[in-house]
Every structure is written in C-alpha cells, then in structure tokens.
Design a binder for this molecule. Sequence first.
Ligand SMILES: [Cu+2]
Length: 184
Amino acid sequence: MNRILRCMAATGAAIALVACAASPAFARVVEIRMVQTPAGEAYFDPAGIHIAPGDTVRWVQMSGFHSTTAYAPQNGNHELRIPAGAKPWDSDILLADHPKKGSTFEHVFTVPGVYDYFCKPHEMAGMVGRIIVGDPGDGPGTQPFGYAPDRHWNPVPEAAQKDFPPAAEIMRQGVVRAPQAAGK
Ligand SMILES: [Cu+2]
C-alpha cells in the first residue's frame, strides 16, 4: 500500500485530502483531481495546496481531457512562474478517465517556492492551479503577472489570473478547494 492509501485508511477517505496534506510526518503523495462538469466547467481540485519538499503530487483525470503544465518558458514560451532551478513539468493531454491507464501524472517537488500551472485546453477558461512547496520565498511565482515584459513570454491570460488562490490563503489553509467544487 502506498503512503496516500495508508494515510487515507488512517483518516477516512472523505477527509483524506485535507488530513494527508496537513500531516508533516513523511514525504507524501498528494492528489489533485482534474474535472470537467457536464455544464463545461473545468478545474483542478484542490486549486491550491501547500506541500513539503520531497512530496509528490499526483494529478488524476476524473472527467474530460486535461493536462498539467508548469508556467515556464520551456512549455510554449509561457511566463516563468516556478522557482528558478526547479524542473518544469508537462503531462501533455492525459488519457481517459481514472482509473484507466494513462489517466494520472506525477511530479516530485524538491525546490521550495510557489509553482503556478495550467491545463492546456482550458487555460483560457481559468483551469489553473498553485502549489507552494515549503516556504513561498520571493521567486517568480510570487511576482505580479507580466512581471518581466522584456522577456516576451506568453502572458497568463487575464481570464485566468483571478483563478489562482492567493498564496497567503494557501499558507493559512494548507488546501484551497476549487470554487466550482465547493459544497460537492
Ligand atoms: Cu482542463
């Protein structure tokens, strides 16, 4: 049994997401769901999460077709919004709904700081997320959107900017659910 399952068994599945994210005992695997509702809303849930260096995030495709893609010049010349020295990731479009093969993607986070990321098909619809690893620090992910106009990176779409949970809220709560998922 892997760590998240042990953690879930210990805490009860309904609150596992929050309880496992809050446990500092060992390097963990934290899950983020990728969702598209029948009405067409697409989002990451939770939208914001605070983890520790060494933790793994596992994105799980629940419905629809999504990617998890770091804001970094290596990914389509997007604005750099992950720590300097951190490795950008890009799952590209994941395959069919979980639990089918190819429906998950994992990334291990080692460098502390703020990481912003998006879904390629739904960036314009505000499907974006924020992960804070350890101390948020003062790296690119903490800077205002469009902080380096001289680099000519593709900007974070205005429509998506409001959908990042504030870093302070993530630090305070540990986990910030997607607004679309509230009450579900
Ligand atoms: Cu998406």
